[in-house]
Design a protein around this ligand. Sequence first.
Ligand code: ADP
Ligand code: ASP
Ligand code: MG
Length: 437
Amino acid sequence: MKVMKFGGTSVGSAQRMKNVTKLILGPKPNFVVLSAMSGTTNTLVEISGYLYSKNADGALDTISRLEKKYMQHVEELYSTDEYKTKAREYLHATFDYLASFTKQLFTPVEEKIILAQGELMSTHMVAFYLQEQGVNVELLPALDFMRTDENGEPDYIYIREHLGAILKEKAGAQLYLTQGFICRNFKDEVDNLQRGGSDYTASLIGAAIQAEEIQIWTDIDGMHNNDPRVVEGTKPVRHLHFEEAAELGYFGAKILHPTCIQPAKFANIPVKLLNTMEPEAPGTTIDNREDPGEIKAVAAKENITAITIKSSRMLLAYGFLRKVFEIFESYHTSIDMICTSEVGVTMSIDNTTHLPAIVSDLKKFGTVTVDKDMCIVCVVGDMSWENVGFEARAVDAMKDIPVRMISFGGSSYNISFLVKNEDKKRALQALSANLFE
Ligand code: ADP
Ligand code: ASP
Ligand code: MG
């Protein structure tokens, strides 16, 4: 079975939903994962914001505007009154449910329920459409099998066992359909896999059912060698190693959710990035093959904070780094880049929730400086240390840009630079010019 995930843009209108249904039907049943229609999750986040601040009018107004849009989609999507009514009733109940949250205490538990409605609506709309076309489709509720554990990590065994049992029970369908992004946590509450998490759902399902392939369908022809929103003339990369794709996901290439690659990689299932607007285009294939000596792509992640701790006590001392890292660990803050010298260490983080506490704890060990509004720019490809020349080309590209830190050697697939947010565009352009032209 193939897993096919369609992002928000691919199901962003009635016409696009119809186009998707042409891609998913084949001689064998596929397993289809859908995001919410584009813009919906953002609107649900906005509604939650109103509810947190007890602005019932703001919430109700936004809910009713969203409902109007959906009712318009219903008119365009279905051709029979029977299915128009079915879809209207489902959606109307959903919007009534959203409105009911103005009357109760609003906590992150309720917020997660609200955020789940986008994927629930898009999958129901597509399922009704397929049924109207006479397709024998099984809509499998993701909340019945997608689950995270105490650490918020996917519960692989639970997913495999529950999904396996469900598929056995529902054998014989022409097509399986489910929601991306949403899941239950270990307390059985509705939860999600973070923004952009539908890619992760697809990869987890692919691994759980040992799919032959995982396809991520979006609005662009595969992973590009640089961010097409920032740099002109970017080109699709036709092949990436799993490690390269993971680095690009972590470091800001928005096309793939950062952790999505892992399950596919462990299960050794190839991932294809494909374009809904141009289904015949080759896209990008991600698997375990290497392309010796090739530099593939550049990506950037903004709003990074660099923290330096300098201490003369670090000189020739052991155990210093452990003490420093333990502080970050105790605040559940992960470190992205690190550089050390004999007297100091600089680390970058992207989650600054506990920054003041971290800095105050670090001060016990030395002098601390913090630089905010920084950006990680990373170059990805085969950068085995035995290869020569690639460091020079990357560093040369940065010759006019102030660089806060450089990291190489942690993996043979990347070199990272930390620059100011405001220099992101310049850095991405200069790297493209030096590496790909
Ligand atoms: P979806 O809704 O399908 O999940 P996303 O908005 O999450 O789509 O991601 C696709 C978008 O990511 C593309 O339209 C493109 O603008 C952007 N993007 C950022 N970096 C890259 C890159 N390196 N290659 C391709 N697309 C990228
Ligand atoms: N709808 C969710 C989001 O916008 C999940 C996804 O689209 O992948 O983040
Ligand atoms: Mg996405």
